[in-house]
Design a protein around this ligand. Structure first.
Ligand SMILES: Cc1cc2nc3c(=O)[nH]c(=O)nc-3n(C[C@H](O)[C@H](O)[C@H](O)COP(=O)(O)O)c2cc1C
Length: 183
């Protein structure tokens, strides 16, 4: 088993999601001591505080996956200048019951792809706000606001040559960040 297990949370449920493609591609730039698993969030019910005392299996599964990880990777689109509801729903679920948040202390990276040039910058900033409250130390630099345009991915689904150097640098910083906080 890899030394560092990372829970990846993708903020889009869309079948052909650019953000999922980005998540799938960027993990290939990590060293072998890192392994990544995408958390399923599409089957979570809408969060209802009444259910805190009897969380359903899908919520328990999400919490267990986060608990077992040494780090987090959020890859999200921007919806109406914020994070998608499905992502916030997942974050809220795993933050409860009160006092038993699964997120606290897990080092995180935040990435996003949008068809707009500065897209996801506001979503990422909103996400950082939420994560700060949840005591999640988040890699500050480099920021990565990725524009989903022709050539971002190659035919095999890898990061295309135009973005590879930048995203390799991002991944190298992320790896250092996780190691620093997981130590
Ligand atoms: C409800 C909704 C709101 C959106 N709002 C924004 C936005 O605020 N900023 C932006 O750059 N793109 C916005 N978009 C466009 C998304 O960037 C685009 O749909 C993108 O492909 C979504 O990511 P995905 O491919 O991972 O699903 C929005 C899309 C939807 C469906």
């Amino acid at each position: 088993m890899s030394k560092y297990q990372i829970a990846v949370v993708v903020g889009s449920l869309r079948r052909d999601s650019f953000n999922r493609m980005l998540a799938n591609a960027i993990v290939k730039l990590a060293p072998p001591e890192f392994s990544f698993k995408q958390a399923q969030i599409g089957d979570l019910p809408l969060y209802n505080q009444d259910d805190d005392t009897h969380q359903v299996e899908s919520v328990k599964r999400l919490k267990a996956e986060i608990a077992a990880s040494q780090g987090l990777l959020f890859v999200t689109p921007e919806y109406n200048r914020s994070i998608p509801g499905v992502l916030k729903n997942a974050i809220d679920h795993a933050s409860r019951p009160y006092g038993q948040s699964s997120w606290a202390g897990k080092p995180a990276g935040v990435l996003g792809a949008s068809i707009g040039a500065i897209g996801t910058s506001m979503a990422q900033q909103h996400l950082r706000n939420v994560l700060a409250f949840l005591d999640v130390p988040t890699l500050g630099q480099p920021e990565a606001f990725i524009q989903a345009k022709e050539g971002l991915f190659d035919q095999a689904g890898n990061i295309g040559t135009g973005s590879r150097e930048f995203l390799q640098g991002w991944m190298d910083s992320y790896v250092d960040w996780v190691k620093k906080h997981a130590a």
